[in-house]
Ligand binder design. Structure first.
Ligand code: GDP
Length: 456
């Protein structure tokens, strides 16, 4: 709803490498016929790629003088056996590293439940996706099965077998890559530095190792900003982030962690050079003073935060996730803006979501909300609910200005300059965060008197 409020700065996208297009779909949607049609329609350059897996075919083709790779990912399987799961896992990985996905459906039948789930999951992994309905052999007589309306997307109709509609696919591909070319001119943001902090033994190194284990993470280590850290530049979903391994060097040098207290004190340094902080907790243990102390250091850094509850695999029996989340929320009340993820470095569960979220946050950090739009939003919130200052006056700011974006600091000018009641301040911050979709990014307020001269 509020997206129009933003003037978005897109991070630059490198066009040096040949773009990769992946065809995905459930079995029998006509993927290989479609693949051959694309290749056959263009001068195919048979490409031998030693890195390619045996059962995923990849070929190069030319479009308006530009080279593209296209690959057929093979069928996605519904079965839950190990082999099917392995194949499906690889399809997701291919989706992640592709520049564009062509998702093929079978127009001769309704959309299947698991097919829709797969489509949505792939869209989440990689939103650059063109949905194509195949087997539309007679476009004039074709009636789209109603279940496809639930996809809420513009669809392209083709018949791979009868060579109908393929040109439109090529047009869409060209269009997609023209958009990228336009972005090249724009400002390139340095990748965000993600620092993982927490008490000893909560699983920080295990989380880093689990991230690095993913075959499609491409890592290049660069010296860190402190003597105690290594920067790991990782490529993920075509984006780059820097993972700061605070413990890496310490472990390599076999330097003892020392006491827990010392580790806790070090957190301050570990957050200093970060853009995004991952606060790790051990879900199998009680949250204690040291967790809280580190969380306070994290809060004081005034940076985006994600809370990762690790060792999720150790929790047994019925786990009431909302209740657990609520408990963590209560304990870390001051980090109310931070999304909470339950993860397991041991099984790998949800580990990639940490990076997904960090990338979302990284992109949000480049978005600038305009002051008039923010004014409009806050006035709207204040109309819906009356908020009070600590001396029980109605909070009615005369004007509102954005002091800074990093951190996101809003200055309210009111008659008295009195602070908001703490519950109301939290409410307003939460609403602003929700409306602007700032998940993970803290919002800070300053209330100033509009009648006094600014002397401080
Ligand atoms: P760090 O000091 O925070 O870097 O913690 P480590 O990564 O060294 O992990 C501490 C211990 O917890 C090790 O024995 C790990 O094998 C174990 N561990 C880490 N993550 C998990 C997890 O998700 N599940 C389980 N069961 N054990 C874990």
């Amino acid at each position: 709803m509020l997206l129009h409020l933003f003037a978005q700065v897109y991070p630059g996208e490198s066009m040096k490498k040949t773009p990769l297009i992946t065809i995905i779909g459930v079995p029998n949607t006509g993927k290989s016929t479609f693949f051959n049609r694309i290749i056959g329609a263009r001068k195919a350059l048979v490409h031998a790629d030693p890195g390619m897996t045996r059962d995923i075919f990849k070929k190069a083709f030319d479009l308006s003088g530009k080279k593209f790779y296209i690959q057929d990912s093979g069928g996605f399987f519904q079965d839950k056996d190990i082999i099917s799961e392995e194949i499906n896992k690889r399809i997701f990985r291919e989706a992640r590293r592709s520049d564009l996905i062509i998702f093929l459906f079978d127009g001769k039948r309704e959309l299947l439940g698991y097919e829709k789930d797969l489509y949505l999951e792939v869209t989440r992994i990689n939103p650059d996706i063109i949905p194509v309905i195949n087997k539309v052999d007679n476009p004039n007589k074709f009636i789209l099965p109603p279940s496809y309306y639930s996809l809420k997307r513009d669809l392209i109709y083709v018949s791979a077998e009868h060579d109908i509609g393929i040109d439109e696919v090529f047009e869409q591909i060209e269009k997609k890559f023209e958009q990228y070319a336009g972005r090249e001119e724009e400002e390139v943001q340095p990748p965000a530095r993600i620092s993982i902090v927490g008490k000893p033994n909560v699983g920080k190194s295990s989380i880093i190792n689990s991230i690095l284990k993913d075959d499609f993470v491409i890592v290049s280590p660069i010296p860190g900003t402190t003597r105690d850290s290594v920067d790991l530049e990782i490529k993920w979903q075509k984006k780059t982030v820097v993972l700061v391994d605070n413990a890496g060097i310490r472990k390599l040098q076999k330097v003892k962690e020392g006491t827990e207290g010392a580790a806790v004190l070090r957190a301050e340094k570990d957050v200093k050079f970060a853009d995004i902080i991952i606060l790790v907790l051990d879900l199998s243990k009680k949250i204690d003073q040291n967790d809280l102390f580190i969380a306070h250091q994290v809060f004081k850094a005034a940076k985006p935060v994600i809370i990762a509850g690790n060792k999720w695999d150790l929790l047994t029996g019925e786990i009431d996730s909302p209740a657990l989340m609520e408990k963590i929320n209560r304990k870390f009340n001051f980090l109310h803006f931070a999304p909470i993820l339950f993860v397991s470095a041991k099984t790998g569960k949800n580990i990639f979501r940490i990076i997904d979220l960090a990338i979302d946050i990284q992109e949000k950090l480049t978005i600038k909300v305009r002051t008039p739009a923010l004014n409009q939003l806050i006035r709207q919130i204040l109309q819906e609910k009356v908020l009070h200052t600590q001396d029980e006056r109605i909070f009615n700011p005369k004007y509102i200005v954005i002091e800074s974006y990093k951190p996101f600091f809003i200055n309210f000018f009111t008659h008295s300059g009195n602070k908001l009641k703490s519950a109301h301040e939290k409410y307003l911050k939460k609403r602003i965060g929700e409306e602007l979709k700032l998940q993970g990014i803290p919002v800070f307020f300053k209330i100033s008197s509009s009648t006094k001269h600014k002397t401080q």
